[in-house]
Design a protein around this ligand. Sequence first.
Ligand code: AMP
Length: 305
Amino acid sequence: MSLLVVGSVALDSVETPFGKVDDALGGSAVYISTAASFFTAPIRLVGVVGGDFSKEHIEFLEERDVDLEGLQVVEEGKTFRWGGRYHYDLNARDTLFTHLNAFEQFKPIIPVSYKKTAYVCLGNIDPVLQRQVLEQIQKPRFVIGDTMNYWIQTKPNELRDTMKVMDAIVVNESEARLLTNEPNLIKAAKKIIALGPKVVIVKKGEHGAVLVTEDTIFSAPAYPLENIYDPTGAGDAFAGGFAGWLSKTDDLSNENLKRAVIYGSSLASFCVEKFSVDGLRDLTKLKIQDRYRSFMELSRFDEGR
Ligand code: AMP
């Protein structure tokens, strides 16, 4: 099935205790599309970049078969830039800067060829823009949304309006708590369900993820990696793996949602092994399948006596 992805296309400057990159390819739409491209086609990207966005980055997406008809290029503008710093506790990061640049004036225009798209993944951008994208698509089958603290704090009402039209939402622990004022994550997920999305996934960094629906709670571990170089994009790679699997299988049963969570976790685990999108660059379907199986082994146990 087709998958439409909207989100930031960015140049990221990231520092971790293990290294540093400047103006590296990033952004929610880039990580989501790349991760999803291992599962499904076509992937239709909606976003904006400035004249400073290199041809090499465009080629990277084209090689992954991402349709870029919906990527606007503002020749006289600059690409969205984000800077972040991680400490030894890689679960916490400081945002050093967010320069919206071309995103400030961005009006999403959905190409005619994108209008009938079955699955939609609303990557982390202004919730007003997420909504404008959805309004231009003819009845999508399933809408997955992401957001971040920045939007929860600066556009709470707009975000709540957009959440009403999401079928699933992917948030991290702090976002779940901030959205609901509820410290307990399961209660928070249930409060989020009351706001619209029927499926809530709370990501807990190196502690895995929890899937909550009206009648299911599923807890997935994180892959126990020994070397994590750059957590940037892990959440988006998760969303891309999750959305990609659902779009490939077109099965929205609880059991398949659980599989999608494990595929999401697999993609996130590859993403953090290198800086920027490099962890996804040389990835293969076979490596993903191996990691999926390792996840099955990780928490398999018997009843005992
Ligand atoms: P994640 O680590 O999955 O939360 O995603 C990190 C990516 O989100 C980076 O590549 C950033 O370029 C992008 N990003 C950071 N802040 C924002 C924002 N306010 N709006 C859109 N994208 C953002």
